[in-house]
Write a protein that binds this ligand. Structure first.
Ligand code: FE
Length: 334
């Protein structure tokens, strides 16, 4: 009898859990960025958010789980990652007027599989002491011999650089993009190594005068006791393409193909794209919110303003393999 009662109790408890509204998130983004948002969402809706924080292997995990996958929503950065999850057939299209109102067309999938939440620009960090105003204004100039021995960057195969190279191909065509990569390589002060912040450290240490990096790292360095000095040795320059704007990438969200809680998933996606949530999300990671009428945080605004390139990020995702091929042909990291 007692066994029976226990079984009954477990059944009820499980039923209770099932009935409690929840949404399951697979996230490549870190807890400190996501927590403020999930807390707020739960507060507003009563829907519990369970987050699996992953460092890698999201695609493999979702493939292995198949139709039994608990994932409702995936959160990640970089257009190639978003496009990669879509092309593996692990997402589903979402129709929602608030999503299309809050996310500008450039930053969402034409087929409605993924939606951008914030942008980050890939910019030039320039030594305050050794680079004068106007010395660099375009991405094209990174290949100009006047920068010989003065540039530091991370690996050419890093997703951020692959997206930038894709943008170069988009603007200049493949042949000129190859020349650009060769020119950039020959301007490097050292072999590509380290992350974006390591390049700013190298500028601080006098190894190079400019580097290529994402905007939000300025904020991250400024909030770190050791890295503050590196950050204070540089300023941000927003380069543009001669016939375009500043290259940006996104963080974004998509609904999992086999989402067990699609209604909650949609509510969560709509919440994330709301101007209010975008501003919170952008502020914690020093990024830019994208909904019409939203503003970047105070600190981020001090870095200056820019016009984002007007290319749909899906067009860049399609150039990813060409970009990787060129990177290999010019032996960028070698
Ligand atoms: Fe990053």
């Amino acid at each position: 009898m007692q066994k029976f009662m226990t079984a009954l109790l477990i059944l009820f408890t499980n039923a209770g859990v099932l009935m409690a509204s929840e949404v399951n998130v697979y996230s490549y983004r870190q807890p400190d960025l996501i927590k403020p948002l999930t807390d707020k969402f739960t507060q507003q809706t009563g829907i519990k958010v369970n987050v699996a924080y992953l460092k890698k292997g999201m695609i493999e995990r979702m493939k292995a789980e198949g139709k039994r996958s608990p994932a409702d929503v995936v959160l990640t950065v970089d257009i190639s990652r978003l496009a990669g999850i879509v092309s593996e057939n692990l997402t589903q299209p979402v129709q929602s007027s608030s999503l299309s109102e809050n996310v500008p067309e450039l930053y969402r999938d034409p087929d409605n599989h993924w939606f951008g939440l914030t942008t980050r620009a890939r910019i030039v960090y320039a030594s305050k002491d050794r680079v004068s105003d106007g010395e660099i204004e375009t991405y094209e100039e990174l290949a100009d011999p006047k920068w010989s021995g003065r540039i530091c960057t991370r690996s050419g195969t890093n997703a951020y650089n692959v997206a930038l190279t894709s943008a170069v191909i988009h603007h200049l065509g493949e042949a000129s993009a190859q020349k650009w990569l060769e020119g950039l390589k020959s301007n490097l002060a050292r072999k590509p190594q380290g992350n974006d912040r390591a390049q700013v450290k190298a500028i601080w240490a006098g190894e190079c005068d400019i580097s290529v990096g994402n905007t939000y790292y300025m904020g991250k360095m400024l909030s770190d006791d050791e890295q503050k000095e590196w950050a204070n040795s540089v300023r941000i320059i927003f380069p543009k393409f001669k016939n375009g704007g500043t290259h940006v990438n996104i963080s974004g969200v998509a609904m999992a193909k086999y989402s067990p809680n699609p209604d909650n998933a949609l509510r969560f996606m709509e919440f994330l794209t709301s101007p209010e949530a975008q501003e919170i999300y952008a502020e914690v990671n020093y990024e830019y919110p994208i909904a019409p009428g939203t503003e970047a945080a105070k600190l981020v605004k001090t870095w200056g303003s820019f016009k984002a390139d007007k290319v749909n990020l899906m067009d860049l995702a399609k150039l990813r393999s060409s970009a990787l091929k060129l990177t290999e042909i010019v032996n960028f990291d070698g």
